[in-house]
Design a protein around this ligand. Sequence first.
Ligand code: 89V
Length: 346
Amino acid sequence: MASPLKFAVFGAGFWTPFQLAGWRETGGAECVAIYNRTRGKAEAVARDFGIPAVFDDPERLLEEVRPDFVDNITEVGGHKPLSLLCARHRTPCICQKPLADNLADARQIVSAFQRAKTPFFVHENWRWQAPLQRLRSLLGSGRIGTLLRARLTMVSGFDVFGNQPALRDLDRFILTDLGTHLLDAARVLFGEARTLYCRTARTLAPRVKGENVATILLTMGGEATHVTIELGYARTPLEPSTREVFPQTLAFIEGTTGSIELAADYVIRVTTRSGTRTTRHAPPRYAWADPRYEVAHASIVPCCTDLLRGLRGQGGGETTGEDNLKTLSLVFAAYDSARTGRAVTF
Ligand code: 89V
């Protein structure tokens, strides 16, 4: 087996311990250094994970440690400066989503790595969730024929701000934080978008700066499937066992020869003329995962495994910077559509 790649982490916030645990689970990467602006926070993570070197200067880390790659797990504001720093040092980098809060910055980051001929990926884990992977293979098998219509729903009253308070203050909130994930999953499931229309809203509770409700209608793929994506972090009371299931994505897909439902608790029902087949696709349970984020945290492992293959040049590495720009084009087209009231054509 190849020796583990030595990597450094930038950032010591909510996601860092889970991502470090995910990397450990892959068995293919070893964290050798951590940078954080507030050194004390990095020291605490370093103690928990046995990381030998702590820095409060990212450039010094790159010069002294020369890691095989950097996992940039900072908040959105850190993505551009720290990723560009890696590009200048020709250090391969994985950046947390959303890459940027505007398309120009995201493009600038991706092209800096292209010019530096250095690998660059985005940590986009949603598509790696166990039930969504199952949907992907079911749709790929053609079981339900030509895809007519699909609905992806992620609507919840869960307090996402408790662990990620910075989300409250984003000018652009749910489309960048959650829309990135669902639009990315939609691309994987249904193909590239042809048209997009979006409406957004901001409710009074919880107190947020940006939009916390969005509805996107797309036509996608060669079959021009009608796809609706419903996003909501409002405090709407929802039935707990079927609807209030953060962070599960629910889905309903209609094809010419059948339909597929992804219901709460990872249950998938495939209905064709021969009847309904029900299976369950729960994610693996990891002791390090926060059970309230079960399916999201578990998806870090196959995401990192795929990124590792990409970094080693062994195929895989699906979520390249270039691929993520396609997802972000949809995110920012959704803001344009919501602002102008017009549909966007690609
Ligand atoms: O997974 C995430 O990107 C999170 C959350 C699920 C809370 O939106 O920010």
